[in-house]
Ligand binder design. Structure first.
Ligand code: BJ8
Length: 381
């Protein structure tokens, strides 16, 4: 396995970031917590606030959440909620940054998240952006634009700063720059074999929601420099794309299984993957409209219909010379579970085999998934 200093450095980034946030808060800067890609960072940063993502990817707080919530909801929601309500008496140290958050900026996506946000209001002020559920309907864009305007007002109220057009444009430029860097990294993965494996790349994809913008860009720059000079050697391995639910920090189970069983991940169609950076915000348009246009197109399974996602998967499969797709869903994530059917049909038509894996954050099914991945790799070889 290749050694990347930039990724090694990320190991220390947690405590450094927490110290940075503590300093910012002392100087009066506000911190918001988010759970979803539909919340535009550009508006938060233009208001002079900072943000961190609060999505849980670890199993240890799931049982805490199950004292409050039904067991049959997705592990991402349970892990997040468990971290937030954990009073420390369980002996589990988790989500120490939650207590630093001034406000949660939530969004109406899946039922589990929506209902969790109603409960979170008891712990910290929670603002919900309402999303049109049919993004291609004629009224959707204007409705979403109105919601973003209201959200901008809420951020101005929280921070006491005016969100000017100039500041928004600066933040759009900055976020597009980050998106271009991810594109550059992905471009390098088109080589055969790719110079970086999927498990390594996931480390920075997961951290993108936690690091400050400057730190993220610095790490990305370093990683791109390291990856660019590698001349990949070795034998061909089956090129795999993962498609489906996000993999929040702490959740690397399935990519690890795939790459330890002979596959190489070349693309991730997920919110810890292409959905986070693929589309740019148009820098030539009025900034709020440009943001609304870009964000409403995120192909999340909470949207209906969501055919754009199927098209993206086919395009990625072609561009990255994908030989097999691992369709990954978290248990009880009905949106991604049901969309599997359409994705499977489209892939079948394109002649690309698909393996469906539905799992949670526990380790109990590692062996069983491993055996299924073995059989899939054998079929692809
Ligand atoms: S834009 S994928 S980050 S909503 S896994 S909590 S959908 S039941 S995370 Fe998501 Fe935004 Fe969409 Fe992306 Fe619900 Fe499914 Fe759980 Fe999920």
């Amino acid at each position: 396995m290749q050694y990347f200093k930039s990724l090694e450095d990320l190991k220390n980034s947690y405590s450094m970031r927490i110290c940075q946030i503590a300093d910012e808060r002392k100087s009066g800067k506000k911190l918001v917590g988010t759970f979803c890609l539909f919340v535009p960072d550009e508006i938060i940063f233009a208001a002079g606030a900072d943000r961190i993502i609060l999505c849980g990817g670890k199993n240890d707080t799931v049982s805490i959440a199950e004292q409050y919530l039904p067991r049959n909801i997705c592990p991402l929601v349970k892990s997040s909620f468990g971290s937030i309500v954990n009073d420390g008496r369980s002996g589990i140290r988790s989500c120490s940054h939650f207590s630093m958050v001034d406000m949660i900026i939530a969004e109406n996506t899946c039922d589990s998240k929506k209902k969790m946000y109603e409960l979170l209001g008891d712990y910290v002020p929670t603002y919900v952006i309402d999303l049109p559920q049919r993004p291609d309907s004629p009224e959707a864009l204007n409705y979403f634009l109105g919601e973003l305007e209201k959200f901008k007002g809420a951020m101005e109220q929280l921070t006491g700063n005016k969100v000017t057009t100039e500041r928004l444009k600066e933040e759009i430029r900055s976020s597009n720059e980050t998106r271009h860097m991810f594109h550059r990294l992905y471009e390098l993965r088109k080589q055969d074999p790719p110079p970086i494996n999927g498990v390594d790349l996931l480390k920075i994809l997961q951290k993108q929601y936690f690091l400050s913008t400057d730190e993220l860009k610095k790490s990305l720059r370093m990683l791109i420099d390291e990856v660019e000079i590698i001349r990949p050697e070795g034998t061909h391995k089956p090129r795999i794309m993962i498609s489906g639910c996000p993999m929040s920090g702490g959740n690397t189970k399935v990519p690890e299984i795939i790459e330890s069983r002979g596959g190489i991940i070349v693309a991730e169609e997920s919110c810890t993957g292409t959905r986070s950076f693929w589309d740019m915000v148009d820098e030539d348009k009025e900034p709020m409209l440009a943001l609304a246009e870009r964000y409403i197109k995120i192909p999340c399974s909470c949207m209906s219909p969501n055919d754009r996602r199927v098209d993206n998967i086919l395009e990625l499969a072609r561009d990255f010379k994908v030989e097999g797709v691992v369709y990954y869903t978290l248990q009880f994530c009905h949106g991604y579970n049901i969309e599997k059917h359409k994705v499977q049909q489209a892939l079948k038509k394109a002649g690309i085999p698909m393996l469906f894996i539905e799992t949670d954050y526990s380790n109990s099914d590692i062996e069983q998934i491993g055996l299924r991945v073995d059989a899939f790799m054998e079929m692809l070889s």
